[in-house]
Design a protein around this ligand. Sequence first.
Ligand code: HEC
Length: 211
Amino acid sequence: MAAPLFAHDAITTKLTWTQEISRLVYRHCAGCHRESGAAFSLTTYDDARPWAKAIRDEVLGRRMPPWGPVKGVGEFHGDPSLSLPEIDLFVAWVEGGAPEGDPALLPSRLPNPLPASPALVARQKLEVSGEITLTGAISILGLRPHGLADRQSLEAWATKPNGEIERLIWLKDSRVAWPRDYRLRRPVRLPRGTRIHVTAPAGASLVLLAE
Ligand code: HEC
């Protein structure tokens, strides 16, 4: 008799779909991954189980949930990214055999679909590609990437007159399907004489939305 190619996944974790993982998926993924959502459904165990290894890879690579800015550069409102402990939960569940658990422990209802992110209203808009020097002080509220194709990247930083460097945003793997304004948690105030640098592919730019 031929040996099976893969042994049946042994369950080596106490984490379960019905307890921890469904709650993470509902909070971070089901806004898009649901019936008639932006992507295939991950709302039930039967939906999610065949995707288990892909889920592990996508969350480890920080490709899901899609967001854009690299963590640690700029702080933005509505950042849906998983924390490291949350990523660890997904990984441990998948590598422990992705067990279902007791259906009685499932959360009672699905959250609402993700609201569209509202465009930011700003008095001043300053479009930068390459480098500019500010002729007056500004207070940046948010950043709007412009003209990026899929999978392109953009990076922006400011050099203040005293030499201090403020990194504004580092966008990786841009997605045309999800245009958005990145609203800063705190306005970034930059004095006159600050140089703003934007490295972006030809034809792309960054719009600074300022007070
Ligand atoms: C803003 C919407 C959105 C959110 C939120 C989101 N996804 Fe996705 N996801 C998509 C779309 C759309 C696709 C289809 C492929 C693509 O366009 O990248 C996808 C694809 C995937 C894939 C398949 C990747 C492959 O192998 O091709 C996996 C797995 C996945 N998502 C897991 C997740 C998990 C886990 C979360 C939450 C932690 C999540 N997604 C959150 C929209 C989203």
